[in-house]
Design a protein around this ligand. Structure first.
Ligand SMILES: Nc1ncnc2c1ncn2[C@@H]1O[C@H](COP(=O)(O)OP(=O)(O)OP(=O)(O)O)[C@@H](O)[C@H]1O
Ligand SMILES: [Mg+2]
Length: 363
């Protein structure tokens, strides 16, 4: 995957900007509040057809205008693709190679991108929902059908919850269809998660060895929110039936893959509760490095890497580890930083100095 060029029109603090990127390494640098993250965000939007933060459309449109547009040329396995996105207050319109994209979710994961933000420390330290969402997003990048399963599961879950919260009397029989749907899609989701966690764990251990860290026993654990037997579909269905009265009392579904836990353990201890700041940083770094390897190995495609301002978060040792890992990675990389000289990368690259929503290109 290579993003060859991008054109921004009235996007955030950019008015009109066209950039041609290096196929390997791109450094986006400049002072604070100049538009580095905005540019990275636009790149993400081109690859994923949607932004990494759920915001109102108008926030992406330059304050002085009514609409914004981003165009990107992406080289993928199928050849050169042109993605064109217009953003108006009342909606976003996406075209892929001239054709309107009606369902964005169908294309998610087609153009692979791995994003690394300073806030990713939350994957380790934040709530369970963040870890589940993270794992689900990694699987979606690898497995084209996964997102559909998730959507179908959550649709059934919200129907079941709707019935549970109903003030009118509802018989237990009317739940059967939703229980079955949740169990069916849920089992596919859980099996996929377990499968990915196995490979993820292998990579994590590898990366930790390379990093020569003392926290050797790092691993991802999956915790079921119900009694799990051989047959996961049956386990979920049985648990939904068993929990009916409890769920009815609470007005929502209290068990299922949407409540399963994903935990990181360092030497057998839950990292979300006990990891130090340094251990958490090492773990996020290792997770991201493993994620890149996982996607490349399992799909044969090198994702585009977007690293926003992470060098400011890392000390020299961690920075060196990260850039050593990156120098082995054959894909295209975009890094933002306020200090270009702090990026320990000596290979071929292109730099873009960002000043008030405009870029000055240097070789
Ligand atoms: N819709 C918009 N229209 C105009 N300007 C905007 C819009 N959205 C954001 N901005 C401006 O963009 C600037 C922030 O850009 P960005 O977050 O890309 O900065 P940055 O270079 O990454 O800075 P830092 O180094 O602090 O992370 C802010 O000054 C903000 O006011
Ligand atoms: Mg920024």
């Amino acid at each position: 995957m290579i993003l060859k060029s991008i054109t921004l029109k009235n996007y955030r603090n950019y008015k009109s900007q066209s950039l041609v990127f290096h196929p390997r390494f791109n450094i986006i640098h400049g002072d604070n509040a100049q538009g580095k993250t905005n540019l990275l965000e636009a790149i993400y939007v081109i690859c994923n057809f949607r932004p990494f933060k759920q915001l109102k459309n108008e926030e992406f449109i330059n304050f002085d205008f009514d609409s914004a547009a981003i165009k990107g040329e992406l080289e993928a396995e199928n050849g050169l693709n042109e993605v064109h996105i217009t953003i108006k207050k009342d909606g976003r319109h996406t075209r892929l190679n001239g054709k309107i994209v009606y369902s964005i979710s169908k294309y998610l994961g087609r153009f692979k991108v791995v994003l690394f933000l300073p806030s990713d420390i939350e994957i380790v330290k934040g709530g369970m929902g963040i870890r589940r969402k993270y794992l689900d997003s990694v699987i979606s990048a690898i497995d084209a059908g996964y997102l559909k399963e998730l959507k179908d599961y959550y649709k059934a879950l919200s129907q079941r919850n709707f019935l549970l919260s109903s003030k009118k009397p509802v018989s237990e029989i009317s739940f059967e269809v939703w229980n079955e749907k949740m169990a069916g899609h849920g089992a596919t989701i859980v099996n996929k998660r377990l499968e990915i966690i196995d490979v993820f764990n292998e990579k994590l251990v590898e990366v930790y060895k390379e990093n020569n860290e003392s926290d050797k026993n790092v691993k991802i654990e999956y915790n079921f929110s119900y009694q799990k037997n051989e047959d996961i579909e049956k386990s979920i269905n049985d648990a939904l039936v068993k929990n009916f009265s409890n769920d009815k009392r609470r007005g929502h579904t209290t068990i299922g893959p949407h409540r399963d836990g994903i935990n990181f353990e360092i030497d057998g201890v839950d990292a979300s509760k006990f990891a130090s700041q340094g251990q958490s940083k090492n773990l996020v770094l290792a997770l991201k490095a493993s994620e890149i390897k996982l996607i490349s190995d399992l799909t044969g495609i090198n994702p585009i890497l977007l690293l926003d301002d992470i060098t400011s978060e890392l000390d020299m040792k961690r920075k060196n580890f990260l850039f050593n890992t990156l120098s082995e990675f054959a894909g295209q990389i975009f890094v933002t930083s306020t200090r270009k000289e702090e990026i320990p990368y000596r290979g071929e690259s292109k730099s873009f100095l960002i000043k008030s929503g405009a870029a000055i290109t240097n070789k």
